[in-house]
Design a protein around this ligand. Structure first.
Ligand code: ZN
Length: 408
């Protein structure tokens, strides 16, 4: 078996393509493989996939392919241009690489696997592919995945804002709660900026049965306009944010009024009040008791916060949930803690949506899990050059899209 035959076997290009020549560099770090096709073959128009006569050929093009042992391997070919009666002169369909790609589809599959498994710096180093090229792979993968998925929308939809850069730059994250993934990412959070996304999917939005969101009025107008029959749910994650903020503000006020010695006892106590009752590590228990004895108001706010969590315990029936809330509301509004009173009133105003979330079992696990994942993508990338790149990375890692190039 000579070199050409060997590469014909291992690359196995689909007909009419065949290996015509192979060159190995003197230091054996690079292999170049030329592909040719027999004359007279009718290639497919890339638009309509009809076989068409060949018009002419492009200049020679090169694609990086999977390595041969340690040698980077490149495929070369002149692409036929076809003359389609409908679409005129086009590059003929080339099954080995996608239009505009500098890698073969098999190499793109490897890059996508690496990008999913490790961060982009490591992937770039392991593959010997520049980050710019990997970014192109990621962008094409997401575009492909979104096109394959089409305009179908999730039945249980979540909508949430996410700060992506300093100075008030936000994304709106649309989640598929049942599918436990991000559905889409829209630049900005202002209603006029996000409306086109909903407008474009107007006909599909009837499928949305529940819509989970935070209690700010922002997204409510989108819901009213585009998903009037969806049941609005204010989920655990966002309600706990409101109550937790009230604990934090109470602590700040209380700490500001303390003398030096008391303030010393409060050192780095913020994180203690973030714990749920059952999650407080053993090693912090003594200190937490001491802090609570000094910060009496904050301790009370924390206890009120802890109690509301039982709403999502799953142990209460629908009637019990309502009665439970009334009892909690009375306690919170009689606590003489102004931030907690204000938080309780906010919850009361949104009670219908809170009860709907409990009834529909919209838990915070998905929203919180995805939120954490997005944060870790941001950290691993050490900041993104632009919002488009960050949006692509979120969809690449969190949207469960079918990312791989087709190999036929
Ligand atoms: Zn055509």
């Amino acid at each position: 078996m000579n070199l050409e035959q060997f590469y014909q076997r291992v690359i196995n290009p689909p007909p009419p393509w065949r290996v015509s020549r192979v060159a190995i560099s003197d230091d054996c770090t690079r292999v170049d493989v030329w592909l040719e096709h027999d004359s007279g073959y009718r290639f497919l128009c890339p638009e309509c996939r009809k076989p068409c006569p060949t018009y002419d050929h492009t200049e020679e093009r090169v694609w990086r392919h999977l390595d041969t042992c340690d040698s980077q391997t490149y495929l070369h070919a002149r692409l036929p241009r076809v003359n389609c009666s409908e679409h005129k002169i086009k590059n003929g369909y080339f099954p080995i690489a996608e239009p505009g790609a500098s890698l073969t589809s098999k190499m793109e599959v490897l890059c996508i696997r690496q990008l999913l498994a490790c961060n982009r710096t490591n992937a770039s180093e392991l593959l010997g592919v520049s980050w710019d090229i990997l970014q192109g792979v990621q962008t094409r993968a997401v575009k492909r995945g979104l096109e394959r998925r089409g305009d179908a929308v999730p039945e249980k939809m979540g909508i949430d804002e996410k700060q992506v850069f300093a100075r008030h730059k936000y994304f709106t994250i649309i989640t598929d709660i049942a599918g436990q993934c991000v559905h889409d990412v829209i630049d900005q959070r202002a209603i006029d900026k996000i409306s086109p996304w909903f407008e474009q999917r107007r006909d599909s939005l009837d499928a949305v049965k529940t819509l989970a969101m935070d209690m700010s009025a922002g997204y409510a107008s989108v819901a009213g306009q585009y998903m009037p029959s969806a049941e609005i749910c204010f989920d655990h994650f966002h309600i706990m944010q409101v109550v937790q903020n009230a604990v934090d503000k109470t602590r700040k006020d209380e700490q500001a009024a303390m003398d030096d010695e008391e303030r010393k006892a409060m050192f780095a106590s913020r994180y203690l009040f973030l714990y749920g009752r059952e999650n407080l590590p053993e090693k912090h228990k003594d200190r937490f008791e001491k802090v609570k004895a000094v910060a009496v108001k904050t301790a009370k706010a924390w206890a009120i916060k802890e109690q509301i969590r039982d709403l999502w315990s799953g142990k209460l029936s629908e009637e019990e949930v309502s009665a439970f809330f009334q009892k909690w509301y009375w306690w919170a509004t009689h606590s003489r803690l102004k931030h907690m009173i204000s938080a309780a009133r906010t919850l009361k105003r949104h009670l219908g949506g809170i009860l709907a979330a409990v009834r529909n079992r919209i838990s915070n696990a998905v929203t919180e899990g995805l939120n954490n994942k997005i944060e870790s993508i941001k950290r691993a990338a050490c900041g993104f050059k632009n919002k488009e790149a960050f949006r692509n990375a979120i969809l690449f890692h969190c949207a469960k899209l079918d990312l791989m190039p087709s190999m036929s």
